[in-house]
Design a binder for this molecule. Structure first.
Ligand SMILES: [Zn+2]
Length: 167
């Protein structure tokens, strides 16, 4: 991006630096809208989540699709368990369209999201089981406050969750 373009340019894209790699993780407006429309702003709202798919336009990794929530997910105010068969089908369908499965997202009933111990454990399981092009696994948690400040965006490896800072 040139100097004339801001963080929310290109139709509302939000960008995060991936450590010191020189790469950035960008979320397109449609994906951000899906996060927004599932924020748990009322006490009866349940956790929602889904998968994230990206196009690689290095040094940018553009998260251009987010799936979920699905009617078959198991959801409560403080928990979210995805329909794993549906997830598998989404990964297969996206791969045939040239999209890379890069991670997952879910909501939390807290203003500024942060991962629970269960999230950290689950994500290391995902990383161990998954095979994909990215050197890590993206985990996004969507809080109740306005984005992007309420969003927890991270790249996870087998043992650590690295929170990303906005570009
Ligand atoms: Zn969580």
């Amino acid at each position: 991006m040139g100097p004339a373009t801001g963080r929310e340019s290109l139709g509302g894209v939000i960008s995060f630096d991936i450590g010191h790699s020189g790469q950035s993780l960008r979320f397109v407006a449609e994906v951000l809208q899906r996060f927004d429309s599932n924020r748990q702003t009322r006490f009866w709202h349940r956790e929602a989540g889904g998968l994230l798919f990206a196009r690689f336009d290095l040094p940018s990794i553009d998260v251009c699709e987010a799936t979920g929530p699905r009617p078959t997910d198991r959801r409560s105010r403080y928990s979210y368990r995805p329909d794993e068969k549906a997830e598998k089908a989404e990964i297969d369908a996206s791969f045939s369209r040239g999209l890379h499965f890069v991670g997952c997202w879910h909501t939390h009933p807290e203003d500024i999201a942060s991962p629970s111990t269960i999230d950290t454990r689950n994500i290391s399981d995902c990383v161990r089981r998954s095979q994909h092009a990215l050197n890590g696994f993206v985990m996004v948690i969507v809080g109740r406050a306005a984005r992007p400040d309420s969003m927890f965006v991270s790249i996870c490896d087998r043992s650590l969750v690295h929170q990303l800072a906005r570009s």
